[in-house]
Design a protein around this ligand. Structure first.
Ligand code: HEM
Length: 457
């Protein structure tokens, strides 16, 4: 038999698939015997993945590792006024024109603007200013790591969920899921960059306890880490930073991209939005401070309507019943322990009460509803309501970053609407459909629009 025949492509494929099947079979046996030996109740084995323990649905472990830290940090930030409007106005807002300039490249002629990657970049830069401070937030490698981590995390989670449950932990531990491998690389990079900064700060602040401390999330994480028992390791602090960046970048970029897609599909809104932005901008001398922000009622309404019809996910309030006795709902339905449930937030957002013609896009819907003094505070972008507004969830665990996100997105959009003309590419006027993966919705990442420096003032 010649060498050529023995290595024919068909035989090679057959050979490789046999090896692959053998590996899978081996992994299966390994997992099954492990489970058998350990007599695990559940047919899963938790795996150390960033953010959520995707395997084993071990939500409690995930919450313990990350969510508790993040919520405390965000709450602390707000209490210190650092995540609040003052810091936003003083520190973040001036950052916006600078970051937008690098992303928007304003010229007098129409230029293509690739919406999704540009928004990811803008949000990453701006959030980075508050998270890691001015030195690192403009570092290209840091920006791309944050963006890639955000993308890989969701895609990696999806790839893992597609595998049979018994094979998941083995596939991850054997590094067979490329997106998960990349996430680990990104984590390692975050540690490499952040740990020396943390060490340097610890040194300086120990030597001079009265020194002015940086006003960024890295600093709060450091301070928070010391206040818990046991203190968070430097590795954990670095990871927390990356995770927080992800929470901030992912959903905020989606909301910004959707805002732009909705505006492009309904150009008639540009005029009323621009009139409002111009008026508020001039009244506040371009400061867009707290009172100014609250006057951007139409912009807020458009953003909420865009999110109502194009949320980042079909569900929210994703929970597991952990109580041994289960939980009985007010209507008598009993949910036993380990039941997983979620709220169909995208359906709730189409409730006919209070939304009339809920399938219809009405960018000024909430602005009109807010005219009624009784409803004045109910229909803000950040307002949550179990009957009609669950995009940020509701209650104790409602998104704590939504105030920051609202300020960030509104400032970006106000800046863009004031300084740039935007229009869809000819023939692409229809609103792009979102891409669905699992219960998540992602705005079409391929869309370009046209943008130029504003011509008429
Ligand atoms: C438009 C942007 C955003 C949307 C739509 C959004 C949406 C959500 C949703 C639906 C939840 C789940 C709550 C639940 O399970 O009940 C959540 C939780 C969370 N979000 Fe956001 N979010 C956004 C921006 C942000 C930002 C900018 C940050 C950080 C600065 C952030 C940090 C968090 C954290 C830490 C949690 C966990 C809260 C908990 O479990 O108690 N989010 N977010």
């Amino acid at each position: 038999m010649s060498l050529e025949t023995s290595l024919s492509p068909q035989r090679l494929v057959l050979f490789l698939s046999e090896i692959f099947s053998a590996i899978l079979f081996f992994l299966f046996l390994r997992e099954a015997s492990l489970l058998f030996i350990k007599q695990k109740r559940r047919f899963t084995k938790p795996v150390n993945l960033p953010v959520v323990n995707l395997d084993g649905n071990n939500y409690r472990a995930a919450e313990e590792s990350y969510v508790t830290d993040l919520i405390t940090l965000l709450k602390e930030g707000r209490e210190k006024g650092v995540m609040g409007d003052k810091f936003f106005v003083d520190v973040i807002r001036p950052e916006i024109p600078a970051t937008l300039k690098t992303s928007l490249n304003p010229k007098l002629d129409w230029r293509p603007f690739h919406v999704y990657p540009k928004c990811l970049r803008m949000i990453s830069l701006i959030s980075g200013r508050i998270f890691v401070g001015p030195d690192l937030n403009r570092d290209e490698k840091w920006i791309t790591t944050n963006i890639d981590f955000t993308i890989d995390l969701f895609r990696g989670g999806e790839a893992v969920r597609r595998l049979p449950q018994l094979l998941r932990s083995a596939a991850i531990n054997l590094r067979l899921v490329p997106k998960v491998n990349r996430m680990w690389d990104q984590e390692r990079y975050a540690m490499r960059v952040l740990i020396p900064i943390l060490k340097q700060r610890i040194k300086e602040q120990t030597e001079d306890p009265d020194m002015d401390r940086p006003k960024d999330m890295l600093q709060w994480i450091m301070e928070y880490s010391r206040s818990v028992n046991p203190p968070l390791s430097l590795e954990r602090q670095a990871k927390t930073q990356l995770i927080l960046g992800m929470s901030a970048i992912h959903a905020s970029s989606i909301a910004t991209v959707n805002f732009i897609y909705d505006l492009m599909a309904r150009p008639e809104y540009l005029k009323p939005l621009r009139e409002e932005v111009d008026r508020v901008w001039e009244e506040s001398n371009g400061e867009l401070d707290k009172p100014a922000m609250s006057k951007l009622v139409k912009l807020d309404s458009f953003l909420k309507e865009s999110q109502r019809l194009h949320p980042a996910a079909h569900i929210t309030f994703d929970r597991e019943i952990t109580n041994k006795k289960g939980f009985t709902l007010s209507n008598g339905l009993h949910l036993p322990q380990h039941t997983h449930y979620a709220v169909a937030s995208s359906l709730i957002a189409k409730n006919s009460e209070p939304w009339q013609n809920p399938e219809e896009f009405d960018g000024l819907r909430c602005a009109k509803l807010r005219e009624n003094p009784a409803d004045h505070s109910k229909f803000h972008f950040v307002s949550t309501n179990p009957y009609h507004s669950m995009a940020f969830s509701h209650g104790k665990h409602a998104c704590p970053g939504r105030f920051f996100a609202a300020n960030e997105i509104k400032t970006i959009m106000a800046y863009m609407i004031r300084h740039f003309d935007m229009k869809p590419v000819q023939g692409k006027e229809k609103r792009p459909e979102s891409v669905v993966f699992g219960h998540n919705l992602q705005p079409d990442p391929s869309v370009e629009i046209l943008i130029r420096k504003r011509q008429e003032w």
